[in-house]
Design a protein around this ligand. Sequence first.
Ligand code: 2AM
Length: 223
Amino acid sequence: VPFEETSLPLFFGWFLLPGVQDKVRCTSMDFLKTLDTLEAFKKHLPDFTVEAEKEVDLEQYFQANGALHCTTKFCDYGKAEGAKEYADKPAVKELYGSAFELSLSALFVTPRTVGARVSLSEDQLITLWPADAEKEAVPVVPAAATLPAGSRAHITLGCAEGVEPQQTGFDLLEILALQQEGQEGELVEEMELGSLAYYGKGRWLLSLREPVSAQACFSSLYG
Ligand code: 2AM
């Protein structure tokens, strides 16, 4: 296999700095710990898991995986569509290895994934976010076609057993699509971190009162 065909990474993305990873993991743990004690969560537990359990320990339910990051372009070592074009973009080359400030604006939980929504700045959108990131999700989440660029940006914080990480972005897009249709979600509770809303089918969104600012390095993973 020629070197050019193997030299592309598994994915490009913003990797949270180690100290920031700990902070975000703690925030996520606190949220999960609180969520599964809420009466509203217990009430909707049948929507969350089909198993006939009375309780679920969310911290056990979700498995964390590797370094926290916000994927920009999944390249699959060059096999993914548009991988080479993305890697060749002048902005990608120029900004590779530089520091960024990501704004985490919400946390969400579904029966499949837990993640943080990343609200990208105009600059981050223009320079590094692939133009087709939302369109690529359309086969799974049709409404993604009408959502603004950057809607898919997220950090996977954990996945339920047997769930692939790319599911986190689909789950976020689904919730944003409901919001766009005018569904506000059922306001469940004002928590210390922000307001918690329920979107049905086991989908929960915590809009952070104060967005969490997270320092991150734009880089890639070969894995
Ligand atoms: P994630 O961004 O939702 O966490 C390695 O698998 C990384 O690439 C993970 O971070 C994963 O999901 C992301 N990923 C895997 N397959 C993908 C795909 N087809 N499209 C976009 N991102 C993908």
